[in-house]
Design a protein around this ligand. Structure first.
Ligand code: GLY
Length: 352
């Protein structure tokens, strides 16, 4: 097992290893005063891991209750959020009790936002069960729900008390969902870890992901500690996400986040090469890495529609937009780009 310590507005540990679900009760008991744990999960994850999580918490003396909602991004909305708050009130959750998010990014984001706002803040523990949630969403305290106008438009920065990443839960992921997480793993390499890219090119981490997951989380920890509230360095984590969000939106969110990020990384790298900011060899190397992990690198959407949807993303500030631009193999930097220039980045990214 590996532990990554995060020192943000609240300090906590991220534990990464096998067979950790059974330790959640003892871990929670050592960290928290309260005696009730409300477990939040979805219809995919609850049948697999809810009983084990409950048993561990109950054997450590916790009273438990569980809120399970239909799996999918469509549930990350105001209605599910309000239902969850009402559930917590009905079960008399107090400020000293805790919420336990058992699932992927949707579960973690929704539970975290409920924890941030119920009674003006109750403790919560993240138990990510997807690779994407393990390496990204569960760490760093971004919590949110979607609004009709876009994803993650209502949320809060609110750090968990503990992240328990049980790698055994990743073994039940459909290969397609695992691939989504691989896009974020490759992203960490492209942002600033050429050694990680070497490992991804020469080994296959799927059977034994501990080292790679811990390495990604350590990089995220560094960025969160430097810029918890996402006004500078943390925005590097958006590599491939700006145009990726546009691609997701064009697909009516039918294309998964990881696949959209994979395509977004390809487009921004191709544009960076075209503008002379990145060595040309980075593009085919990225494309073959994406292929190795079953990820796409092309889109059929045109420049106009991608531009329009990309601009509707919340990362725009007035007349500029922040782009994360690869400048070498394993190195990226933040650039403020005039909104009027974004179209050219997209055009070059599409090879037009
Ligand atoms: N998912 C990007 C971040 O946590 O900042």
């Amino acid at each position: 097992m590996r532990t990554v310590s995060v020192k943000a507005s609240r300090s906590y540990e991220v534990k990464i290893g096998r067979d950790l679900l059974k330790t959640v009760g003892a871990e929670a008991a050592s960290l928290l005063k309260g005696r009730t744990a409300a477990i939040v999960s979805d219809s995919n994850v609850a049948p697999l891991y809810l009983e084990q999580t409950k048993a561990s918490l109950e054997s450590a003396g916790f009273r438990t209750c569980s809120f399970v909602f239909p799996a999918g991004e469509g549930s990350k909305n105001g209605q599910t959020y309000l239902n969850l708050l009402e559930f917590l009130a009905e079960h008399q959750i107090t400020r000293s009790d805790t919420l336990v998010a058992l699932g992927g990014g949707v579960v973690g984001d929704l539970t975290g936002f409920a924890a941030a706002t119920f009674l003006r803040g109750v403790a919560f523990i993240q138990i990510p069960t997807t690779l994407l949630a393990a390496v990204d969403a569960s760490v760093g305290g971004k919590t949110a729900i979607d609004l009709k106008n876009g994803k993650n438009l209502a949320g809060a920065f609110y750090q968990p008390r503990l992240v328990l990443c049980d790698l055994d839960t990743l073994s039940t992921l459909p290969s397609d969902v695992f691939a989504d997480g691989c896009a974020e793993v490759i992203k960490y390499g492209m942002i600033g870890d050429p050694g990680l890219l070497d490992l991804l090119e020469t080994t296959d981490f799927r059977a034994d992901p501990e080292e790679i997951v811990a390495r990604c989380i350590a990089q995220k920890r560094d960025l969160v500690e430097e810029d918890e509230f996402d006004t500078g360095a943390r925005q590097l984590l958006n590599l491939g996400h700006t145009i990726g969000h546009g691609i997701e939106a064009c697909s009516g969110y039918g294309l998964s986040h990881g696949k959209a990020v994979a395509i977004g990384m390809t487009l921004i790298t191709r544009a960076a090469v075209a503008f002379g900011q990145c060595p040309p060899e980075a593009l085919p190397r990225l494309q073959s890495l994406l292929k190795r992990y079953d990820l796409p690198d092309t889109t059929g959407y045109g420049a106009e529609e991608l531009y329009e949807k990309t601009l509707s993303d919340k990362k725009r500030t007035g007349s500029t937009i922040s782009l994360v631009v690869p400048t070498a193999w394993g190195k990226s930097e933040l650039q403020k780009v005039a909104v009027s220039d974004l179209y050219h980045w997209i055009e070059k990214g599409l090879n037009l």
